[in-house]
Design a protein around this ligand. Structure first.
Ligand SMILES: [Zn+2]
Length: 260
């Protein structure tokens, strides 16, 4: 019953015309969307309408949220959901947006179980209790440079996908159960390889931060998949192939076609 109501409501939301201003913002600012096939673009516009109707986007410490900010965040978050079954980030209720880097308290467990508190600057966070936190200046940095492999929205929403099946362990729910074995094999091999490369100071396509733990590896690999697609496909074809099957998109192909 609940699903039926929700689906009916979503149909009403997507029956509304997609605002021209939103369309203009997206097409001007998001080259990846312009490169997508028409069918995926249309699905994306529907998803953005649903996302913005169902989730709150709130400014922190007095930061004023505009329609442009809401649309840019929703657009990048929804790119991760295209072309496959989606629950539209079912746990997520609120996206909190800071204007610039903020400090967060970090608890560290030392040897012997002692807890120490430190303050760290953060560009974003994803909680499994329905909250994503983003820093607007970092969001801007992420989409202005489309091929640097840095995108805080893709990063934090990949964590949301990972957190949907409880553990944040770098293994999200996979639509095709046959994929689990291959995912484990390819991800553990590439995670181990990144750990070795970081230790030896070798430059890789994947950002060093991915060596923090398997959850960060999945978030960082997702950023590279959408932003450094052609490079990732060339250097790590098996990792690209698993992500392509998961995300049901072929960004290397779309970027390549868009350059012609
Ligand atoms: Zn992370």
């Amino acid at each position: 019953m609940f699903n039926w109501l929700k689906n009916r409501r979503r149909k009403q939301i997507t029956a509304q015309p997609f605002p021209d201003e939103w369309h203009k913002t997206i097409m001007e600012r998001m080259p990846y969307v312009a490169a997508l096939p028409d069918s995926l673009q249309n699905e994306l516009f529907d998803f953005i309408q649903i996302f913005l109707a169902e989730k709150n986007v709130e400014g922190c410490t007095g930061f004023a949220i505009t329609d442009e900010i809401r649309v840019i965040i929703a657009c990048q978050a929804c790119i991760l959901l295209l072309n496959r079954p989606t629950s539209m980030y079912r746990k997520l209720r609120t996206v909190l947006v800071y204007e610039s880097l903020y400090f967060a308290e970090q608890e560290t467990y030392n040897e012997g179980g002692l807890v120490s508190l430190s303050h760290q600057t953060r560009a974003g966070e994803s909680w499994d209790l329905g909250v994503v936190i983003l820093v607007w200046e970092e969001v801007l940095r992420g989409y202005r440079h489309q091929h640097d492999g840095y995108n805080v929205v893709i990063h934090e929403f990949a964590h949301q996908l990972d957190q949907e099946n409880k553990a944040a362990d770098g293994l999200p729910f996979l639509d095709n159960p046959d994929m689990y074995a291959r995912w484990q094999e390819v991800f553990s091999e590439h995670y181990a390889r990144l750990l070795r490369d970081v230790k030896r100071g070798r430059k890789t396509v994947l950002d060093d931060y991915g060596a923090t733990n398997p959850a960060e590896f999945f978030a960082v690999a997702s950023e590279s998949f959408f932003e450094e697609s052609i490079k990732l496909k060339k250097r790590h074809p098996d990792l690209y192939a698993v992500l392509q099957e998961y995300y049901q998109q072929d960004p290397a192909q779309y970027w390549d076609d868009a350059r012609m």
